[in-house]
Design a protein around this ligand. Structure first.
Ligand SMILES: *[C@@H]1O[C@H](CO)[C@@H](O)[C@H](O)[C@H]1NC(C)=O
Ligand SMILES: *[C@@H]1O[C@H](CO)[C@@H](O)[C@H](O)[C@H]1NC(C)=O
Ligand SMILES: *[C@@H]1O[C@H](CO)[C@@H](O)[C@H](O)[C@H]1NC(C)=O
Ligand SMILES: *[C@@H]1O[C@H](CO)[C@@H](O)[C@H](O)[C@H]1NC(C)=O
Ligand SMILES: *[C@@H]1O[C@H](CO)[C@@H](O)[C@H](O)[C@H]1NC(C)=O
Ligand SMILES: *[C@@H]1O[C@H](CO)[C@@H](O)[C@H](O)[C@H]1NC(C)=O
Length: 940
């Protein structure tokens, strides 16, 4: 499989460089758009259209969507202010959004603000190879501006955050300071009475919020009421460099923390103007260890930085490099994903940040509070469902994302679950989580009714991470524990009774639950083999084979497909647990079973909702995006595969229902049901996880020896895997590619672990030139026609208020005489110099009218009022597409001269691949009414 994968990827890369002249077509119009989605308590989204108000404009919201997170952005051009983020009613005309594009790490808006073309990029880094960087709880927002009329203009940029980032209780008093490290200017905001480990409306109460920018010419700042601060910018184009000392509650009078920059008179920004926003908690997790002691676990960055100020300095300075890494990672992921389909790539782009942000990367502390760099553990919050800590069935669902990005993340996520159960010898089955109240990991909680589900999940994920990381340490350390679980499965899995599956179903004899348990027994055979316990391996192999045979006869009904429950004709199931066999490369389930299931799904799909098949014959109209994608990754027919994916894509694209990308939804109405913003969407990486080659699992005792190494003896010789065979295949594949294609770009496969020996894989990949990605700021890969969003008033924080949709002032339009290609001219690629010298402050003055309007401030209007306010305030937004409609083939200004930036942009390819019909429809819609909501799906 790998050679084929490389082949296609290389082909794509070359191919896309020819088509990048035209910006990709936006193919996804989700109900919620990720803005800063970094960790469980920093998850800020834009609700693009959860009502039928495509032109409305609203504030960003926390993932639960009930709480606004104040975040504003403005640009002042020749004295006139436009808002590009946040619905500040006095903040100027909204910039029109012309394009929105998603990549795994970025959301990119292209907008028009008067004579300027703005590109606003929300970048939340994902750092598969650098755990410390991954643990840094910050995200970037960067803006570039380019004159659309060829003239230079006096330009100032502004952005602020409010204290809403700090707490779900908006009456909480806060305090703040402005700090300057010499390199970075930043605001620090904290609650006056923080409460550790308490959560209100999904937000933590024990963190500090930061807003930062590197110190440079033209920067100014202010901390004051929203009205004072924003009107200062609107009037002057800069801020007073003063901080109010009137500490106050978060609301009703909003204090905002602003940083502005005067760029002088320019035709285009030489560098992106970048703010860094962070929400920092320390400690991160209260963890009750196996001895019963409670450990305050710190963020992993604490191993490298002694203060938050150092973290901020490092993060802000790292933007250019972080952007390069993000572009490369995006190209790698989307390049691979687009080999399945453009719709699949869309889904992956939307799900990645969500899946990764459910994790906290932590380091243990000793009794003196010093960090122990050898003790690294990850914890997952069950975002969108409840507050459970490391929910095992959602770890199973999300695992493909972690396997793909860095399989060792998976090990560090499983480790606390394993170490806490080593001594629970009286409990035969695996626990379902580490507590019900994140971030308090109070202990492993087991429930007999979930014994098959969770024991299966643990054995499967444990083996999976070892195969792909090559690290067998956990297999050795927890061998007895895994054996206990495997024995339980051997005794119970075949005929589940009194059991509950991940979908909350409790029927006896569920075929899909049984096979998970049986695959668990088979996984144990592999684990035993890796550890060198050949006798055990043979025993579990035999048991698994016997169980499988019995299962097949019990599960098969009068028709050839598998029944949902034994003996119950007419029942069926997605059988998503069979994906585990694929993920582990076991080839355990007979191909005939898979083909027959595939046939069966093919027939079901002919009458299915456009939003996908339900989970099984008992689940009515309830669909699960994770399980649909698991199923799509084991079926043996690519049409069936694509149709399963299409249902999930249609739902992701169905923005008539509110909520952040949910795991579970009603496939008749489209309504999201559960798992909003949840980690289970990591399952969308199912196909990508299969492209990661497995590696010889090493059982050499690692240097760390965190203390609980207990293993069963030292003579483990690993080596159950076929790394060598794969390596050979890869070499062959590369040779062919090398002959066929002269030049190609290969994004080096990310290392899957921290320096573990997986030389076979890496060496091979490195034979290909490691070509960097795009020129840092070329936008070839971005834009797609989007919907401009109008501004809406602040929505009340009442839990009921769904914020209205519309892009928070992300507005835009475009036209461009200036091919974006200009961005690429060598001179402009440098991050180095700013051209602030030419500032012309005098050029600006605000209209009286605008000043008068300042009186209204930031009022919280009921959400209903919001809608109408939006309508009037933003009426102009509806505007038709600008003459340079980026969608129209002719206008592809982007590439221009910039051939230098042979962009890998897989999304370009996605655009091309879109059905012609679909393309035409989109273009028509956009021309007619720019911001029509996404297509609706007829319900059944
Ligand atoms: C910022 O400045 C305040 C006041 O001087 C200080 O208490 C705080 O520790 C500083 N924050 C950081 C992160 O350095
Ligand atoms: C489950 O299936 C087995 C095997 O067919 C059967 O013996 C048993 O009665 C079934 N259990 C229930 C509760 O129906
Ligand atoms: C694992 O089980 C074996 C056999 O029962 C026992 O000898 C060994 O001490 C156990 N190891 C640990 C770490 O408990
Ligand atoms: C292997 O995994 C163990 C357990 O998670 C970890 O402590 C160790 O650092 C890993 N080894 C390497 C070389 O990454
Ligand atoms: C605006 O900027 C984007 C990103 O650089 C570019 O793709 C687009 O073509 C520009 N629009 C116009 C009208 O120049
Ligand atoms: C948005 O588009 C409308 C219609 O073309 C136009 O009238 C308005 O000036 C634009 N707004 C901005 C901020 O450019």
């Amino acid at each position: 499989m790998l050679p084929h994968t490389l082949w296609s990827f290389l082909f794509l890369s070359v191919f896309s460089s020819f088509v990048s002249a035209q910006g990709p077509v936006q193919t996804l119009f989700p109900a919620s758009i990720p803005l800063a989605v970094k960790h469980p308590y920093m998850s800020v989204w834009y609700a693009s259209s959860n009502t039928s108000l495509p032109l409305s404009n609203s504030w960003p919201v926390f993932w639960g969507q009930a709480s606004i997170i104040g975040w504003a952005g403005k640009i002042r051009v020749d004295g006139t202010t436009y808002k590009w983020l946040g619905n500040d009613p006095n903040g100027g005309a909204p910039a029109n959004v012309t394009n929105v594009q998603f990549t795994p790490t970025r959301t990119i808006f292209v907008m028009q603000a008067g004579p300027m073309n703005l590109t606003v990029t929300f970048l939340t880094p994902i750092e598969p190879d650098d755990w410390v960087k991954q643990s840094i709880p910050f995200s970037y927002i960067s803006v570039e501006a380019q004159s659309l009329d060829g003239n230079s203009h006096a330009v100032q940029l502004y952005s602020d955050i409010s204290a809403e980032w700090l707490s779900g209780n908006r009456s909480s008093p806060v305090q703040w300071s402005n700090n300057n490290t010499g390199n970075t200017l930043f605001h620090e905001i904290e609650l006056q009475q923080p409460q550790q480990d308490v959560e209100i409306n999904h937000q933590a109460q024990d963190g500090k919020a930061y807003y930062a920018m590197p110190v440079k010419t033209g920067v100014s700042w202010q901390i004051d009421t929203d009205q004072n601060t924003r009107s200062t910018f609107v009037s002057n184009g800069n801020l007073h460099n003063t901080a109010s000392t009137a500490f106050a509650p978060i609301s009703p009078v909003f204090t905002v923390f602003a940083i502005a920059i005067d760029l002088g008179t320019i035709t285009l920004t030489s560098d992106p103007v970048t703010w860094s926003v962070g929400y920092v908690r320390d400690p991160v997790i209260s963890y009750t260890t196996a001895t019963g002691a409670t450990q305050q676990r710190r963020p992993l960055w604490a191993t490298q930085y002694s203060s938050v100020a150092d973290v901020i300095d490092a993060f802000t300075a790292d933007f250019p490099a972080a952007h390069d890494r993000a572009v490369a990672l995006d190209a790698q992921i989307l390049g691979s994903a687009s080999q399945i389909s453009s719709e699949y790539a869309d889904l992956v782009a939307l799900a990645t940040r969500q899946a990764v942000s459910a994790l906290d990367f932590t380091v243990g502390t000793d009794s003196k509070g010093n960090v122990d760099p050898g003790d690294v553990k990850l914890f997952m919050k069950n975002i969108g469902t409840d507050q459970r800590v490391s929910p095992v069935e959602h770890i199973f669902a999300a695992f493909p994302t972690y396997l793909y990005l860095n399989a060792s993340w998976g090990g560090a996520l499983l480790e606390p679950l394993l170490e806490l159960q080593d001594n629970q010898v009286g409990q035969q089955f695996a626990a379902q989580d580490l507590g019900d109240s994140y971030p308090v990991a109070s202990g492993a909680r087991g429930a007999a009714a979930q014994g098959i589900e969770q024991s299966g999940n643990m054995l499967i994920t444990l083996l999976a991470q070892a195969r792909l990381s090559g690290n067998g340490t956990l297999l050795i350390q927890h061998y007895n524990t895994t054996k206990r679980w495997a024995d339980y499965l051997n005794n119970n899995a075949l005929t589940p009774n009194g059991q509950r599956n991940a979908d909350g179903e409790t029927s006896a004899n569920m075929t899909n639950l049984a096979i998970k348990g049986i695959i668990g027994v088979k996984a144990m055979a592999e684990i035993a083999r890796v550890v060198g316990e050949e006798v055990d391996a043979a025993q579990y192999d035999g048991q698994a084979a016997a169980l499988l045979g019995e299962w097949q006869s019990l599960a098969t009904g009068t028709s050839s497909h598998l029944l949902g429950r034994y003996g119950d004709q007419g029942t069926w199931s997605l059988m998503y647990n069979m994906f585990a066999d694929k993920m582990l490369g076991l080839n355990f389930i007979p191909q005939t079973v898979i083909s027959e299931q595939t046939q069966f799904y093919s027939s079901l799909l002919t009458t299915a909702s456009q939003l996908g098949l339900p989970i099984d014959s008992d689940s009515g109209q309830t669909s699960n995006a994770a399980w649909l994608l698991f199923t799509s990754a084991f079926v043996s027919d690519s049409t069936v595969r694509d149709n399963l994916i299409k249902g999930v894509h249609n739902h992701a694209n169905f923005n008539q229902s509110s909520g952040v990308f949910p795991e579970i939804y009603n496939d008749a109405t489209g309504a999201g049901l559960n798992g909003f913003a949840g980690p289970a969407l990591g399952a969308l990486f199912s196909h990508l996880a299969l492209t990661v080659p497995n590696t010889t699992i090493s059982t050499a005792t690692s240097t760390t020896g965190t203390g609980d190494g207990n293993g069963n003896g030292g003579d483990h010789k690993g080596g159950s895997s076929n790394g060598g065979a794969i390596a050979g295949g890869v070499i062959g594949g590369l040779a062919i590619v090398g002959i066929a294609i002269g030049i190609f770009f290969l994004i080096r496969r990310r290392r899957r672990n921290q320096g573990f020996d997986e030389r076979e894989k890496i060496e091979i990949v490195e034979q290909a030139p490691h070509v960097p990605t795009l020129a840092p700021y070329s936008y070839y890969e971005h834009p797609a026609p989007g919907s401009p969003r109008a501004g809406a008033g602040y929505v009340p924080v009442s839990p009921h208020s769904e914020t209205t949709a519309g892009f928070a002032g992300l507005g835009s339009g475009g036209d461009g005489q200036h091919g974006a290609g200009h961005h690429l001219s060598e001179g402009n690629l440098a991050y180095a110099t700013d051209s602030f010298e030419s500032m012309q402050p005098s050029a600006v003055h605000v209209s009286k009218a605008r000043e008068a309007a300042q009186t209204r401030v930031h009022a919280y209007a009921p959400s209903i009022a919001t809608s109408s306010a939006v309508g009037s305030a933003l009426g102009s937004q509806t505007g038709s597409a600008s003459s340079r409609d980026p969608l129209s083939p002719g206008s592809g200004s982007a590439t221009g001269s910039g051939s230098v930036a042979t962009s890998l942009s897989p999304t370009d390819v996605l655009g091309l691949r879109a059905e012609v019909e679909n393309l035409r429809r989109v273009m028509q819609e956009i021309r007619a009414e720019r911001f029509e909501p996404p297509p609706e799906y007829v319900e059944e």
